[in-house]
Design a protein. Sequence first.
Length: 166
Amino acid sequence: MFVRNLIRFVFVLLTQVLVLNNINLGVNINPAFYVYFILLLPFETAGWALLLSSFLMGLGVDFFCNSLGMNAAASVFVAFCRPGIIRFLKSRREYEPGTRPTIRDLGVRWFFSYAFISIVLLHTVLFFLETFGFENADQTLIRILLSSGAAFVLVILVQFLFGRRE
Protein backbone atom coordinates (compact mmCIF):
# COMPACT_ATOMS: atom_id res chain seq x y z
CA MET A 1 0.00 0.00 0.00
CA PHE A 2 2.81 2.41 0.89
CA VAL A 3 4.64 1.74 -2.37
CA ARG A 4 1.45 2.30 -4.42
CA ASN A 5 0.83 5.63 -2.68
CA LEU A 6 4.47 6.66 -3.14
CA ILE A 7 4.29 5.91 -6.86
CA ARG A 8 1.01 7.85 -7.09
CA PHE A 9 2.63 10.75 -5.19
CA VAL A 10 5.50 10.96 -7.69
CA PHE A 11 3.20 10.53 -10.72
CA VAL A 12 0.77 13.23 -9.58
CA LEU A 13 3.52 15.67 -8.57
CA LEU A 14 5.36 15.26 -11.88
CA THR A 15 2.13 15.57 -13.86
CA GLN A 16 1.28 18.78 -12.01
CA VAL A 17 4.66 20.51 -12.25
CA LEU A 18 5.93 19.26 -15.60
CA VAL A 19 2.71 19.16 -17.62
CA LEU A 20 -0.19 21.10 -16.13
CA ASN A 21 1.76 24.09 -14.85
CA ASN A 22 3.28 24.57 -18.31
CA ILE A 23 0.02 24.50 -20.28
CA ASN A 24 -1.52 27.89 -20.93
CA LEU A 25 -5.27 27.39 -20.88
CA GLY A 26 -5.97 31.11 -21.09
CA VAL A 27 -7.98 33.25 -18.68
CA ASN A 28 -5.71 32.12 -15.88
CA ILE A 29 -7.01 28.56 -15.45
CA ASN A 30 -4.72 26.61 -13.14
CA PRO A 31 -6.13 23.16 -12.37
CA ALA A 32 -4.67 21.78 -9.16
CA PHE A 33 -4.63 18.13 -10.21
CA TYR A 34 -2.44 17.23 -7.23
CA VAL A 35 -5.62 17.01 -5.13
CA TYR A 36 -6.04 13.58 -6.77
CA PHE A 37 -3.35 12.22 -4.47
CA ILE A 38 -5.22 13.41 -1.39
CA LEU A 39 -8.52 12.06 -2.71
CA LEU A 40 -7.22 8.53 -3.15
CA LEU A 41 -5.47 8.09 0.17
CA PRO A 42 -7.00 5.08 1.95
CA PHE A 43 -9.68 5.59 4.59
CA GLU A 44 -7.41 3.90 7.14
CA THR A 45 -4.69 6.56 6.73
CA ALA A 46 -3.86 8.01 10.14
CA GLY A 47 -4.65 11.70 10.59
CA TRP A 48 -1.01 12.68 11.02
CA ALA A 49 -0.01 10.72 7.89
CA LEU A 50 -2.84 12.30 5.90
CA LEU A 51 -1.79 15.80 6.91
CA LEU A 52 1.94 15.11 6.45
CA SER A 53 1.58 13.53 3.00
CA SER A 54 -0.73 16.34 1.88
CA PHE A 55 1.74 18.90 3.17
CA LEU A 56 4.58 17.21 1.30
CA MET A 57 2.54 17.15 -1.91
CA GLY A 58 1.70 20.84 -1.61
CA LEU A 59 5.27 21.67 -0.65
CA GLY A 60 6.54 19.80 -3.70
CA VAL A 61 4.27 21.84 -5.96
CA ASP A 62 5.32 25.02 -4.14
CA PHE A 63 8.99 24.15 -4.57
CA PHE A 64 8.69 23.77 -8.33
CA CYS A 65 6.29 26.69 -8.78
CA ASN A 66 7.92 29.11 -6.33
CA SER A 67 4.55 29.81 -4.73
CA LEU A 68 5.60 30.39 -1.11
CA GLY A 69 3.62 27.64 0.61
CA MET A 70 0.17 28.43 -0.75
CA ASN A 71 -0.30 24.97 -2.27
CA ALA A 72 0.94 23.36 0.95
CA ALA A 73 -1.56 25.37 2.99
CA ALA A 74 -4.46 24.58 0.64
CA SER A 75 -3.65 20.87 0.48
CA VAL A 76 -3.32 20.59 4.27
CA PHE A 77 -6.66 22.36 4.65
CA VAL A 78 -8.33 19.87 2.29
CA ALA A 79 -6.68 16.97 4.14
CA PHE A 80 -7.94 18.41 7.42
CA CYS A 81 -11.50 18.67 6.02
CA ARG A 82 -11.40 15.25 4.30
CA PRO A 83 -12.73 13.19 7.25
CA GLY A 84 -15.65 15.60 7.62
CA ILE A 85 -16.40 15.45 3.90
CA ILE A 86 -16.35 11.65 4.03
CA ARG A 87 -18.70 11.61 7.03
CA PHE A 88 -21.00 14.09 5.27
CA LEU A 89 -21.18 11.88 2.18
CA LYS A 90 -22.61 8.73 3.62
CA SER A 91 -22.25 5.79 1.30
CA ARG A 92 -24.64 2.90 0.83
CA ARG A 93 -21.63 0.69 1.42
CA GLU A 94 -19.85 0.93 4.76
CA TYR A 95 -16.26 2.13 4.84
CA GLU A 96 -14.84 -1.28 5.63
CA PRO A 97 -11.11 -1.90 5.93
CA GLY A 98 -9.76 -2.26 2.43
CA THR A 99 -12.45 -0.03 0.90
CA ARG A 100 -10.87 2.80 -1.02
CA PRO A 101 -12.33 6.17 -1.98
CA THR A 102 -12.67 5.29 -5.66
CA ILE A 103 -15.44 4.99 -8.22
CA ARG A 104 -14.96 1.23 -8.28
CA ASP A 105 -15.43 0.79 -4.53
CA LEU A 106 -18.05 3.45 -3.70
CA GLY A 107 -19.73 4.34 -6.97
CA VAL A 108 -19.86 7.21 -9.41
CA ARG A 109 -22.26 9.46 -7.49
CA TRP A 110 -20.28 9.21 -4.23
CA PHE A 111 -16.92 9.81 -5.92
CA PHE A 112 -18.20 12.73 -8.00
CA SER A 113 -19.56 14.44 -4.88
CA TYR A 114 -16.40 13.73 -2.88
CA ALA A 115 -14.08 14.93 -5.64
CA PHE A 116 -16.16 18.02 -6.45
CA ILE A 117 -16.35 19.24 -2.85
CA SER A 118 -12.63 18.64 -2.25
CA ILE A 119 -11.53 20.24 -5.53
CA VAL A 120 -13.64 23.37 -5.07
CA LEU A 121 -12.46 23.67 -1.47
CA LEU A 122 -8.80 23.42 -2.51
CA HIS A 123 -9.13 25.99 -5.29
CA THR A 124 -11.07 28.37 -3.06
CA VAL A 125 -8.39 28.34 -0.37
CA LEU A 126 -5.57 28.46 -2.92
CA PHE A 127 -6.87 31.41 -4.92
CA PHE A 128 -7.99 33.48 -1.94
CA LEU A 129 -4.56 32.94 -0.38
CA GLU A 130 -3.01 34.00 -3.67
CA THR A 131 -5.02 37.22 -3.90
CA PHE A 132 -4.80 37.68 -0.11
CA GLY A 133 -8.09 39.50 0.08
CA PHE A 134 -11.51 40.01 -1.42
CA GLU A 135 -10.75 43.01 -3.66
CA ASN A 136 -11.17 41.10 -6.93
CA ALA A 137 -13.63 38.54 -5.60
CA ASP A 138 -15.52 38.29 -8.89
CA GLN A 139 -12.37 37.43 -10.86
CA THR A 140 -11.25 35.05 -8.12
CA LEU A 141 -14.61 33.25 -8.17
CA ILE A 142 -14.37 32.84 -11.95
CA ARG A 143 -10.85 31.40 -11.55
CA ILE A 144 -12.11 29.04 -8.83
CA LEU A 145 -14.96 27.79 -11.01
CA LEU A 146 -12.90 27.36 -14.19
CA SER A 147 -9.89 25.80 -12.47
CA SER A 148 -12.09 23.54 -10.36
CA GLY A 149 -13.96 22.43 -13.46
CA ALA A 150 -10.74 21.63 -15.31
CA ALA A 151 -9.29 19.77 -12.31
CA PHE A 152 -12.56 17.86 -11.83
CA VAL A 153 -12.54 16.71 -15.46
CA LEU A 154 -8.90 15.59 -15.14
CA VAL A 155 -9.54 13.71 -11.90
CA ILE A 156 -12.57 11.94 -13.34
CA LEU A 157 -10.73 11.05 -16.55
CA VAL A 158 -7.77 9.63 -14.66
CA GLN A 159 -10.08 7.75 -12.31
CA PHE A 160 -11.94 6.15 -15.23
CA LEU A 161 -8.76 5.42 -17.19
CA PHE A 162 -6.55 4.09 -14.40
CA GLY A 163 -8.96 3.39 -11.55
CA ARG A 164 -9.72 -0.14 -12.71
CA ARG A 165 -6.08 -1.21 -12.34
CA GLU A 166 -5.80 -0.39 -8.66
